[in-house]
Design a protein around this ligand. Structure first.
Ligand SMILES: [Zn+2]
Length: 396
């Protein structure tokens, strides 16, 4: 643990940042799968040096280098193949429709991925029009008779103003989130609405989740720091809501005048103490895994469920020498037959488990416990998924 008093917080300008997590070599992408194991293992690495502001609670990777990440068309972070995640998306559609009412809205989604959410949203709001912006977008540039358009680029204002902007799971990838929001604010008229969804740093710290820190996520917020950032960028917001089992923050904001610069916030000793407590819990958890994993593997193949960011990070953390884990299971056909960046672990389909006969299935996201449990039953595999955050009580 090192103090870095010279570091000004990008959100509140306080100089009270503390390094709370340091990993020297982590794969720079988590949502990319590679065609062969050797290339996946040799994937470029970067340094994770997470600093938390002891005044507002924002956390950022001090060593992040934007030039090292490349959100190419190969990038695939879709989660909507899961029924549990579809429920979450339906909840966000309902929230947006409730917030914007029945008016004809012209909405932009910044970082729309493959466009799945916009299709779902416009099905529920027949008089809305939308433009999705994402450099990784693949597919037709117009859908729904022109009501939905896509641009393979970052956000830009067109001829007509947007009444609402939505950005889900983007701001945590942005190294200068204040500049990002100020850019959005400059393109919006007063009163325009902004909706953001991003991981909740408090949830990660409270649960002590080691695999929720990875290179792509260079900016992490708790509720306070997110509101503070929005204020500085000229948005008035409600208190962020915790959604998806508490893992994400959802915030609704409105464009207002950009305020005069506020003085730096004072340091909060309770916040600093809580962050230090997290660092200790994390070390204990990783040490425990190093003991438990070989004993699980002695009984038979151990697999992870989920080849997304949590799974890819857990594979690197839990089994850095690639000795114990056999594969990562994923329902996304585009990932099956490929290899996780960093660990080089092969990605297999759920049906492949019938042949593999695993001794343990480790599931890094407990939100999917029922869904994955039911799938294991369907496959005739008599196992309950193991939560890596509860291995202390469930492992031998
Ligand atoms: Zn701060």
């Amino acid at each position: 643990m090192a103090e870095c008093k010279s570091l000004a917080c990008p959100v509140c300008t306080s100089p009270s940042g503390v390094v709370f997590l340091h990993r020297k070599r982590v794969a720079v992408h988590q949502n990319l799968v590679l065609r062969d194991s050797a290339t996946a293992r040799a994937y470029p690495r970067g340094e994770l040096r997470m600093v938390r502001c002891s005044a507002c609670g924002f956390a950022w990777n001090q060593s992040f280098d934007e030039g090292r990440v490349d959100y190419s068309a190969e990038y695939d972070n879709r989660q909507e193949l899961s029924g549990r995640f579809q429920e979450h998306l339906e909840g966000r559609v309902t929230a947006l429709v409730a917030a914007l009412g029945g008016e004809a809205v012209r909405l932009a989604e910044v970082g729309c991925g493959k466009g799945g959410f916009l299709l779902r949203l416009l099905a529920a709001a027949p008089n809305w029009r939308a433009v999705g912006f994402d450099p990784t977008y693949q597919g037709p540039l117009e859908q729904l008779d022109g009501r939905l358009r896509f641009e393979r680029s970052r956000f830009r204002q067109g001829a007509l103003p947007f009444g609402a902007v939505l950005s889900r799971h983007v701001i945590e990838h942005v190294p200068d989130p204040l500049a990002f929001l100020i850019g959005l604010r400059a393109a919006l008229g007063d009163g325009a609405r902004l909706f953001l969804e991003t991981p909740d740093l408090d949830w990660i710290l409270d649960q002590a989740v080691p695999f929720d820190f990875f290179y792509e996520h260079c900016s992490l917020f708790d509720g306070n720091s997110l509101v503070r950032l929005l204020e500085r960028a000229g948005f008035e917001s409600t208190r962020p809501e915790r959604v998806f089992g508490g893992q994400y923050l959802w915030v609704e904001a409105r464009a207002v005048a950009i305020p005069a610069p506020a003085p730096a916030l004072p340091e909060d000793p309770a916040l600093a103490a809580r962050t230090a407590g997290f660092t200790a819990r994390l070390a204990a958890r990783e040490a425990h895994w190093a003991q438990v994993l070989p004993s699980l593997a002695a009984r038979g193949p151990v697999v992870l469920w989920g080849a997304g960011a949590k799974g890819a990070t857990l594979a690197e953390l839990m089994d850095p020498e690639q000795r114990w884990l056999r594969a990562a299971v994923d329902v996304n056909p585009a990932k099956q037959g490929r290899f996780l960046a960093g660990s080089g672990l092969p990605v297999i389909a759920p049906g492949d488990l019938c042949r593999l006969r695993p001794a343990a299935v480790v599931l890094p996201n407990a939100n999917y416990f029922d869904e994955v449990g039911a799938e294991l039953v369907r496959l005739g595999i008599d196992l309950k998924p193991l939560d890596p955050l509860a291995l202390e009580s469930s492992a031998p």
